[in-house]
Design a binder for this molecule. Structure first.
Ligand code: MN
Length: 230
């Protein structure tokens, strides 16, 4: 079983944190790194090669993808990464391919599904979403919707998560539902009820899975969704 993980691009290099690789490998699946490239025929072959997709974290998706002009608060943009990940997310959503989006990955899923983002949550947040604590330390609570797939997976209504974001999903789009929110109303997780496994989380479970069962359960659920589809 191969789970494709999208890389980040830093200058001329593709990079991926070991944290994602270890979290996926821990489930028994093969972590297959998907480098950022500008070739759509390669993206298509990625979809034919993997059994599931994990969209990793990173910088800001450009606002033009949800029909807005970039404000001064929008951060670093990687146009080729945006294009590739939106392609992969749309493919996964249309073709029932299991997909897990983490942080930027959740935002990409929402944009791919016709939703929109807060370009900067500084003005609307009341909690610390860009934590100063170590990244493996959970900094705020989220409330999980009881009827959601996320609740079936984590089996918890309140979980404590880490938070390393300055953007968030504003509108998840017509097919996606919000399945977790922070106490200040910031959307922290989304899923597609009509899809076998399409889940996006705003936090970083790849830094939490060793210590927190709710975080490990997300990677096992992705792996199980593939096993179920086979
Ligand atoms: Mn947060």
């Amino acid at each position: 079983m191969r789970i494709g993980i999208t890389c980040n691009r830093v200058g001329y290099e593709n990079r991926l944190s070991m944290a994602y690789v270890r979290a996926v490998a821990h489930t028994g699946a093969v972590p297959l790194l998907l480098p950022v490239c500008a070739n759509m025929s390669t993206w298509k072959q990625f979809t034919e090669t993997v059994d599931a997709i994990l969209l990793s974290g990173g910088s800001d998706p450009d606002a033009q993808h949800y029909g807005e002009e970039a404000t001064p608060q929008q951060g670093h943009v990687l146009p080729d990464r945006d294009s590739m990940e939106l392609y992969l997310a749309r493919y996964a959503l249309r073709n029932d391919l299991p997909i897990l989006g983490i942080c930027r990955g959740a935002q990409i899923m929402a944009v791919a599904a016709g939703g929109s983002l807060h370009q900067d949550i500084t003005e609307v947040q009341h909690l610390q979403h860009d934590q100063k604590a170590p990244r493996a330390y959970p900094i705020h609570h989220v409330t999980v919707e009881k009827t959601s797939m996320l609740h079936q997976i984590t089996k918890q209504e309140i979980i404590r998560v880490n938070s390393l974001h300055h953007q968030a999903i504003r509108n998840p789009g017509p097919t996606m539902s919000v399945c977790a929110v922070a106490n200040d109303g910031i959307i922290e997780a989304v899923e597609v009820p009509t899809h076998p496994f399409a889940l996006g989380v705003q936090w970083h479970p790849e830094w939490l899975w060793r210590q927190y069962a709710h975080a490990a359960s997300l990677f096992f659920a992705l792996q199980a969704a593939v096993a179920c589809a086979k």
